[in-house]
Design a protein around this ligand. Sequence first.
Ligand SMILES: Cc1cc2nc3c(=O)[nH]c(=O)nc-3n(C[C@H](O)[C@H](O)[C@H](O)COP(=O)(O)OP(=O)(O)OC[C@H]3O[C@@H](n4cnc5c(N)ncnc54)[C@H](O)[C@@H]3O)c2cc1C
Length: 412
Amino acid sequence: MIRVQKEAEIAIIGAGPAGASAALNLAKLGLAQKTVVFEEHSQIGKPAHCAGHLNIKSLNKLGIKLPPKIIENKIRGARFYSPSGLSFKIERKNPVTLVVNRVLFDQMIAEKAERLGVEFYLKHKVRSFLVKDGKVSGFIVHDLDRKIDGKVYSKIVVDAEGCPAILLKKADFFYPKPESFVYGCQAEVDQIEDVRQDLVEVYLGKKFADGLFAWIIPRRNGTAKVGLATRHGSPKKALLNFIRKHPTASKKLCKSQILSLSFHPIPLGGPIPKTYASGLLVVGDAASQVKPTTGGGVITGIICAKYAAKTAFKASNLNDFSEKVLAEYQRAWTSELGFEFKVMLRLRKMLDKLSDKQIDKFFKLCIRTGVNETIERVGDIDFQGQTLLRATLNPKGLISLLYLVWTVLTGR
Ligand SMILES: Cc1cc2nc3c(=O)[nH]c(=O)nc-3n(C[C@H](O)[C@H](O)[C@H](O)COP(=O)(O)OP(=O)(O)OC[C@H]3O[C@@H](n4cnc5c(N)ncnc54)[C@H](O)[C@@H]3O)c2cc1C
């Protein structure tokens, strides 16, 4: 039974990095009083399912300054392992990425928005959109404490529900296709051995992680995030198999205890074809605005949320929430990220086709020719498409291009 009704100009679904960033940007544009956020969980950021490996340059570009308590580690590069155990390392002089505590990271963004006046409703699960004459005019939401449904009427719904985007599918809108998903599983472990504190470790090969790759991401306190993504079978089984049986990783993790485990799908198929409709903007994982090479979606989601907020601001000023006005959002994020997503999707398709034997061959070549030094000079972790383009423009372009396939794997 519907008992409660609420009206808000802009109603956001989900307080992950994309939803909370949309709220924060709207608040900065002066729309805090007109913005509300509905989050199904009782605490923002929980349960955490992410490695929180973020590029420093991108965070700086977005003006995100992190207090020390959120930073779990500073990383200067990566060590890559082939299926047969060959390895090479790419290392920079200064830190290139941070490992962040995703719970505190998400809470920091939401708290900033809340301080500026955005209202957050926790333990409120959105059930379905309200659609009238082809226009999204709000949604039905379930109050998990009071166990009652309510209706929220809005001029714009910002859908930041994450993956698997159940609401979009239910509404028969564009949604990330399940066949593009890989299934991530991550453990927090203690007592790792023989892992440098300032390098992440990336393990390639279909035998242990057929969806993406496996990783060990060390924290300063001696614990680590160990994870992988699979396309088939149980991700938990695959992770336990990696921890116990991988010829190299199992030695580093033989004394480790698993402190916690998390699971979540990752959409790798590139952005959905249309991220707006009359009264609707879709951001973050829900729109599959995720790097197909690495599954990283925090930075790209935040960038797209910024454009969603700008578009909503414009629509609010014009008092016009039609498709025509909201189409501006798609143009804006495509102009910044469209090329990157296209290049990364191509690379993902290429990487998916490589057999473990071929990966080993690449490693041999890389090690023989000292490719890591080339990569150290030209690689840029977050904007991989531009990096590849730069590589093709220099005389050693073709070779660099081949080699840079591997650098993309650090851009999480
Ligand atoms: C194992 C793993 C490791 C990863 N590591 C990295 C990494 O190192 N770096 C990186 O950049 N990315 C990483 N990612 C990806 C990253 O976690 C996502 O891209 C990012 O969280 C997407 O943010 P979002 O706000 O779009 O969605 P989410 O973070 O999923 O947030 C969606 C929010 O919406 C809420 N919600 C959902 N449905 C409803 C509903 N019906 N009603 C109300 N609320 C709802 C959820 O509770 C959640 O809080 C990783 C992913 C996995 C699975």
